[in-house]
Design a protein around this ligand. Sequence first.
Ligand SMILES: [Fe+2]
Length: 168
Amino acid sequence: MDYLQTYLRSIAQQTMDEESINLLSLYLAFIRGMYITHQQNHWLAKNYNDHILFQRLYEETIPLVDGTAERVIGLCQVDSFKDFQSIASKFAPKEKSILSLLESSLEIERAFQKLSKKVYDTLKEKDTMTLGLDDLIMSQSSVGESHIYLLQQAISEYKTGPVEKVIE
Ligand SMILES: [Fe+2]
């Protein structure tokens, strides 16, 4: 068998293992959950600045959801999706205050960074990472890092501000 044939056969045999598929499905559900969290916080934030901040966060998360879903379906042939609602409810604001809304979005963004690192490291280790997926995970983490920066700024402004902002 010549080199080319051996090479083509090895490519055809390269499939995603179960752990990589599970992690990518979780990664997708997590991004959908994050989108829901930011959008719900947007609806609950009645003061203009925070309302607009949460709008920016959920709008910037939409392309991540779509890009990830298409990539995961294409690479893993999954047709059932993990429960994203339970992820969103895990990070729901603990009380009805603007600070709590900001902390809820910040916590899910921080957890997203941790999960992204775990997905990235595991796929690299298992040699199931593709060049496109590598690029996707990195660029999406970069979007998340800018969200963390914005949320931290908003929280520090809130904490040094004169008035406690409460919803209702
Ligand atoms: Fe809106």
